[in-house]
Write a protein that binds this ligand. Structure first.
Ligand SMILES: Nc1ncnc2c1ncn2[C@@H]1O[C@H](COP(=O)(O)OP(=O)(O)OP(=O)(O)O)[C@@H](O)[C@H]1O
Ligand SMILES: [Zn+2]
Length: 717
């Protein structure tokens, strides 16, 4: 384990290369770190400060103390800095710890949330931020190194930091993502923005923008070449950069819709032009069937608003697409417009107040004026939380209230049959201002989850069909190994494989390149979340199988409908049961069975992972079981000791009766726990099989569960 001392020591001077080596050196080599105490299994030696070669670039951390952190740097920290720690394996385990502590902080605060989206979308929570950051950063004392090296000006030092070609490759994404968009398009780092901003301020006409970007990249290459002339691997980097560039431009020409992204232009009274999205349809969005179904109605409405409303159709004005980054929310919104063949207005919440503070409100006004004049149409507001967050006391955004109020006023200001549909996207719905989700505003929520294994297969096939690949390629195998990947990441995976094949001079993409780029992505930025996912997934798989096994082997339990370990909302997985008929009455045996099924999760954790490793994940299960037990005792007269009598207001009971009730409930729960334990012990083998099947397939329906429990082999889907 690579753990660094836990206090920030701003006075330490750390030679960059030493840090870098520490990040990228395999476990068994020893690395010198100056001034940073390092402890792990095999001790690495710590070189005193003066021994650092003076010619090396070094950084005085004093100038960059934690208190200096600007809110705007949080994105950089989260998106760029922390992944940097995860490149090597050691770092990844290190990150693990920090992640958990930061996450638990947020969990206490907000329930089970994705730390990344939380940090990303809530620049407003200044206090929480600094605390969360401290918990992340407290032992990452050299983090400013990375922050310092962001941006075009300082990229030189950053390049030195990068050791392997593959990282240089990753680096190129940060350098020129806007013109490799559609190709390697996930990074929206600050570099892109600065380039975009530069183009805005320089007023580059659209026709020349590509040339400008190219020139910019070339200039960057030159600057790089000047500083490190003879470096061999640098040449390779330049080559790769260049190939990337060509590919990117090629992709841009070939596939314009991928890169056309409408932005409200600068200026106070900016014109707003729609983007017609004829060529994006639901066909382009894979693996989110449920969301598409839910949105189908909206398409019908947009095709003919009057008719729809005359027939009595009722539609929300606003639809909120909720889901993690890169799952296709923007794509879905475009597809809605495309399907209905109506104009699509794109706006990004974070852009409203970005150029000139206070113009957000007028931008919103313009946007809606234009949209209404061109109805039916779709207005899409990406990153809705950054305009509609609960930022009442945000010093960063003094005008945001105005912006959000304007948005609310506009939404209230038109009738449902006017044909304007507002689609907002967020990966952090909890941060939204309550006023926004009231009826008549964003009152319909559509979840856009990470794709399951089937969805991932579809997405991979879709993007594979755009490139050349050989017979060996089996999308399903890749899909199984990419738990937790979003659509964008899968697209990226395919693109990177194509790139790798091209760089290696191959004619087609084979399984080898796909596996390579999968691993690369896994080791890169996404790794820790996936790693945590895997660990959590195992626990979840046994927990959920526990419920399922009890349900299956208990005579009076409801039949199982499905079991899944796909996280949804705040849950990590669930087992759903379906009553055979509507239940008018429940028997004592049925109630007990329900309790046993609830107990199954925790019992499974205890049996498989040991008492020390049981998780908090069972609390709602216990709530369930306790409620049933309580009702049995106090309402249904199902306790021998307390007899056939109801006890409605437990507050008015004598202490003796109360404790008798409690005692009875406790006994019911304890017995239930023991029954569940007995079943799980008896069926340990089936339990294991089911958990493993869940880990492979993520979701199993009733029939598949039965097949597994009967010891047969599941057909590969
Ligand atoms: N389900 C999917 N099917 C096909 N392609 C997808 C899917 N999800 C994402 N992609 C690809 O990833 C790109 C980025 O996705 P998109 O911008 O729609 O995600 P998003 O959910 O809006 O992300 P963010 O929250 O970061 O804005 C899409 O343009 C598309 O190329
Ligand atoms: Zn449970």
């Amino acid at each position: 384990m690579f753990s660094l001392s836990s206090t920030v020591q701003p006075q330490v001077t750390v030679p960059l290369s030493h840090l870098i080596n520490a990040f990228h050196t395999p476990k068994n080599t020893s690395v010198s770190l100056s001034g940073v105490s390092v402890s792990q299994k095999q001790h690495r030696d710590v070189v005193p400060e003066h021994e650092a070669p003076s010619s090396e670039p070094s950084l005085n951390l004093r100038d960059l103390g934690l208190s200096e952190l600007k809110i705007g740097q949080i994105d950089q920290l989260v998106e760029n800095l922390l992944p940097g720690f995860c490149k090597g394996k050691n770092i990844s385990s290190h990150w693990h710890t920090s992640h958990v502590s930061a996450q638990s902080f947020f969990e206490n605060k907000y329930g089970n949330l994705d730390i990344f989206s939380t940090l990303r979308s809530s620049c407003l929570y200044r206090k929480q931020h600094s605390r969360a950051l401290q918990s992340i950063c407290s032992d990452l004392q050299y983090w400013p190194v990375f922050i310092q090296s962001r941006g075009f000006k300082t990229l030189k030092s950053r390049t030195r930091r990068l050791q392997s070609t593959s990282e240089r490759l990753a680096e190129t994404q940060n350098i020129a993502p806007s013109f490799v968009k559609g190709f390697l398009l996930r990074d929206r780092g600050s570099d892109v923005e600065s380039l975009d901003k530069l183009m805005k301020t320089k007023n580059i006409p659209e026709a020349h923008q590509d040339a400008f970007k190219t020139g910019f990249a070339e200039g960057f290459l030159k600057a790089q070449a000047l500083t490190q002339k003879t470096n061999d691997s640098l040449r390779r980097t330049r080559l790769i950069l260049f190939i990337l560039l060509l590919f990117g431009i090629y992709g841009l020409l070939k596939n314009p819709f991928l890169s056309v992204r409408f932005r409200t232009t600068t200026g106070l009274d900016s014109a707003v032009d729609p983007v017609q999205m004829k060529n994006v349809t639901f066909e382009h969005v894979k693996g989110v069937e449920e969301a598409k179904q839910e949105l189908q109605e909206v398409v019908e409405f947009l095709k003919n608003p009057q008719k729809f409303t005359i027939l009595g159709g009722k539609l929300p004005k606003g639809i909120l697409l909720v889901g993690p980054p890169g799952t296709g929310k923007t794509l879905l919104a475009r597809a809605v417009a495309g399907e209905a063949d109506v104009p699509f207005y794109y706006a990004s919440g974070s852009e409203f107040d970005e150029m000139f503070v206070g113009v957000g409100a007028s931008r919103i006004r313009n946007l809606f004026r234009e949209a209404k004049a061109n109805a039916p149409c779709v207005i899409f507001i990406d990153e809705l939380d950054s305009v509609g967050g609960k930022r009442i006391e945000s010093p960063m955004h003094p005008y945001s209230r105005q912006t959000i109020n304007q948005l609310l006023a506009e939404m209230d200001g038109f009738k449902p049959n006017e044909g304007v549909i507002i689609i907002g996207a967020t990966n952090f719905p909890e941060a939204l201002d309550n006023a926004l989700i009231r009826p008549g505003r964003f009152d319909m929520q559509v979840t856009v989850p990470r794709p399951d294994v089937k969805g991932r297969t579809e997405i991979l096939k879709w993007y594979l069909n755009k490139i050349k690949f050989d017979q060996s390629v089996d999308p399903e195998i890749i899909a199984r190994g990419t738990v937790g990947f979003s659509g964008a990441e899968l697209e990226n995976l395919v693109n990177q494989a194509a790139l790798k094949a091209a760089v290696d001079g191959k004619e087609m993409v084979t399984m080898k390149e796909l596996e390579f780029s999968k691993d690369k992505i896994l080791m890169g930025p996404e790794r820790r979340s996936v790693e945590i996912d895997n660990k959590n997934k195992t626990i979840t798989a046994y927990h959920e199988s526990g419920h399922a096994i009890i349900a299956y082997y208990t005579k009076d339990a409801m039949p199982i409908n499905k079991a899944t370990i796909m996280p949804r909302g705040p849950t990590l997985g669930h087992v759903s049961l379906l009553p055979e008929n509507d239940r008018w009455n429940e028997t004592r045996a049925q109630l007990l069975a329900q309790m046993d099924v609830s107990m199954g999760g925790r019992v499974a954790e205890e049996l498989i992972f040991g008492t020390d490793h049981i998780t908090t994940g069972a609390s709602s299960d216990f709530d369930n079981a306790t409620k049933i037990a309580k009702r049995m005792v106090t309402k249904f007269g199902m306790s021998e000791k307390l007899g056939v009598m109801t006890y409605s207001d437990t507050g008015k009971l004598s202490p003796e009766t109360q404790s008798a009730i409690e005692q009875e409930i406790r006994i019911l729960l304890r017995d239930s726990y023991e029954r569940a334990k007995h079943i799980l012990k008896t069926h340990a083998k089936e339990h294991k099989n089911l958990a493993e099947a869940l880990l492979t397939y993520e979701t199993l329906d009733a029939k598949e569960i039965q097949i597994v429990l009967e010891g047969k082999k599941l057909e590969v889907r």
